[in-house]
Design a protein around this ligand. Structure first.
Ligand code: FCB
Length: 486
C-alpha cells in the first residue's frame, strides 16, 4: 500500500471554454469563442470546427458533476472564473492608481473600494451570482476550492485574435500585447477576490502563461489565438503576463488572505545526446523565467522588487517529456524537438522508446513527473500541487496505467522531500480540447455530447479507490509501471 498523507487533496477542475457551455443560455463570447467560430480557421483546419456551445454543459449541470466527483472521493476542485463572462464590457474607464517606473513597467495597481463599486456597475451580475451558486454548491459538499482567474479566454474588447492576424496588433485589440491588459486583469482579480473571496481556500492567477505565448506567437500551427508569428510579440506578451501575475497577486491580497499560486506546464526536457544539453538549458530557462520573476524578482537580467515575493505555491501541470536536440545551423542555441518522443508521437502509437502514446500522440512517461517535481523542489523549495495530469484516451485503454503510474511518481517525489499537497486529474469529464475539439477525450467520465449524459469509465473506479483511501492499494500496484510495447 502506497499511502498519501490524510490531508493530501485529490481533485478535478473546470474551465469556461472547455466545460461550461452546452445547455441553452450558457454561452459566452471571448477571444477563444471568436477563434473557434472563425470560418477561415475552420476551413484551413487550424481548429477542429467543434464549437464550445456543444460542450458538457457544466454551467447548468454542475450539481451532477460535483456529486459524481464526491462519489469518486475527490475532495478538491479548481474552478475558473471567466473574465469574459464577468466583464463583457470594457473596464478601462474605472479609475485606479497605477504606479510606473519610467521604463514602461507597471509596478503597482491599487484597486480600492470605490473602484470595486464602479466595477460592480459594469459587471455581469447574473454571471457573478451564478458562479457564487456553483462555488457554494461545491463548498457545501465539503469540497476544497481553488479559484483560477485566467485560463486563456480573454474578453473580446481586450483581444480580437482574428483582427490581430488580419491587421496586426497595432490595429486591433491585442490582448497580452497591450500593456493595459496588466491593469485590467488586476481590476478583475481584485473584483473577484472582493466578491467571491469568502469561498476560496486558495487562488491562482493564471494557467500556463508559457503556452499562451509560445502557441500564440511562435507555433502558429498549433491553432491557438492569435496565431501571429512574431518573436518580439512573444516577448512582450511574456513580460505583460509576468507583470499581470504580480499585479493580480497584490490585488487579491488586498481582499483575501488565502495563498496565491501560478500554474505552469512543465515538460520533462531531456537531451537526445549529451551534446544537446544546451538545448535543454535553453528550454528550461523559459519555464523558469515565469517563476524566477514572482519568487526572486528576476526578469530579463534585472531584479524588480515589485515582482519579488509574489508566489505562495506552484501549480505543476505535467503530461509528458520532450526530447530535445541542439540545432547546429545557428550561432546561438536553437532547440529542436525530436519526433517519436514526448508530445511528438503518432496518435495511439508507440514511442521511440516503445512506450504507449495517447490519442493525442503524447507518450506515457511517468518518470518525467518525478523529474519535474524534484527539479522544481530543488530550485524553489515551495509547496506544490499537481494541478493537471491526464490522458486523451477515448477507449480508456491506458488511463488506469496513466493515473496510477503518475501518482506513484508523485509519491516518490514526496518521499524524496518535495512538498506536494495535492493531485488534480485532468479531468473528471470529457471536455473541449481547444483547437483539437471534442475528439480528444480526457475524462474519467465519458460525456455523450448529444444528451449530456455522463457515464463512468473503468478508470474512474480506479480513481475512486485511490481518492477514497488516499493510497494506491496493493491491488492496483500492478499499474505503477505501464508496459513497453513491441
Ligand atoms: C493543458 C490545459 C488544459 C487542457 C490540457 C490537456 O495545457 O491547461 O486546459 O487542455 O492541457
Amino acid at each position: 500500500m502506497i499511502k498519501f498523507p490524510g490531508d493530501f487533496k485529490f481533485g478535478f477542475s473546470t474551465v469556461g471554454t472547455q466545460h461550461e457551455m452546452g445547455t441553452p443560455g450558457s454561452e459566452f463570447t471571448s477571444d477563444w469563442y471568436l477563434w473557434l467560430h472563425d470560418p477561415e480557421n475552420i476551413a484551413s483546419g487550424l481548429v477542429s470546427g467543434d464549437l464550445p456551445e456543444h460542450g458538457p454543459g457544466y454551467w447548468d449541470l454542475y450539481k451532477q458533476d460535483h456529486s459524481i466527483a464526491r462519489d469518486l472521493g475527490l475532495d478538491a476542485a479548481w474552478i475558473t472564473i471567466e473574465w469574459a463572462r464577468i466583464f463583457p464590457k470594457p473596464t478601462f474607464d474605472v479609475k485606479v492608481k497605477v504606479d510606473e517606473d519610467g521604463k514602461g513597467n507597471i509596478t503597482g495597481v491599487e484597486v480600492d473600494e470605490k473602484a470595486i463599486e464602479e466595477l460592480r456597475g459594469l459587471a455581469n451580475l447574473a454571471a457573478l451570482n451564478h458562479y457564487r451558486e456553483i462555488l457554494s454548491d461545491w463548498k457545501a459538499r465539503g469540497g476544497f476550492l481553488i479559484i483560477n482567474l485566467f485560463h486563456w479566454a480573454m474578453p473580446t474588447w481586450l483581444h480580437d485574435p482574428i483582427a490581430v492576424r488580419k491587421h496586426g496588433p497595432d490595429r486591433a485589440p491585442s490582448g497580452w500585447l497591450d500593456r493595459r491588459a496588466v491593469i485590467e486583469f488586476a481590476k478583475f482579480a481584485a473584483f473577484i477576490a472582493h466578491e467571491l473571496g469568502d469561498l476560496a481556500d486558495m487562488w491562482y492567477t493564471m494557467n500556463e502563461p508559457g503556452v499562451v505565448i509560445t502557441e500564440g506567437y511562435l507555433y502558429v500551427k498549433s491553432g491557438f489565438p492569435p496565431g501571429y508569428l512574431d518573436l518580439n510579440s512573444m516577448n512582450i506578451a511574456a513580460k505583460h503576463l509576468i507583470e499581470a501575475h504580480a499585479r493580480a497577486y497584490d490585488a487579491i491580497k488586498a481582499y483575501s488572505k488565502k495563498p496565491i499560486g501560478l500554474v505552469y506546464s512543465f515538460a520533462d526536457y531531456q537531451p537526445l545526446t549529451p551534446n544537446d544539453e544546451p538545448a535543454v538549458e535553453e528550454a528550461r530557462a523559459l519555464d523558469y523565467s515565469f517563476l524566477d520573476a514572482p519568487v526572486r524578482g528576476e526578469l530579463m537580467g534585472a531584479v524588480r522588487d515589485d515582482l519579488k515575493g509574489r508566489l505562495d505555491w506552484i501549480g505543476v501541470n505535467y503530461y509528458t517529456r520532450a526530447v530535445l536536440r541542439r540545432r547546429q545551423d545557428t550561432g546561438r542555441v536553437a532547440v529542436s524537438v525530436v519526433g517519436g518522443f514526448g508530445y511528438s508521437c503518432e496518435p495511439g502509437g508507440v514511442s521511440g522508446d516503445k512506450r504507449p502514446c495517447s490519442d493525442f500522440g503524447w507518450e506515457i512517461y511517468p518518470e518525467g513527473m518525478y523529474n519535474v517535481l524534484m527539479r522544481l523542489h530543488e530550485r524553489y523549495r515551495m509547496p506544490m500541487y499537481v494541478t493537471e495530469n491526464g490522458i486523451a484516451d477515448e477507449h480508456d485503454r491506458w488511463r488506469s496505467w496513466f493515473l496510477v503510474s503518475h501518482l506513484y511518481q508523485v509519491h516518490r517525489a514526496m518521499q524524496a522531500g518535495a512538498d506536494i499537497r495535492g493531485y488534480f486529474h485532468w479531468n473528471l469529464t470529457d471536455n473541449l480540447e481547444w483547437a483539437a475539439g471534442y475528439r480528444m477525450r480526457f475524462g474519467l467520465v465519458y460525456v455523450d455530447y448529444s444528451t449530456k449524459r455522463r457515464y463512468l469509465r473503468p478508470s474512474a473506479l480506479v480513481m475512486r479507490e485511490i481518492a477514497r483511501q488516499k493510497a494506491i492499494p496493493d491491488y492496483l500496484e500492478h499499474y505503477t509501471n505501464p508496459p513497453k510495447l513491441g
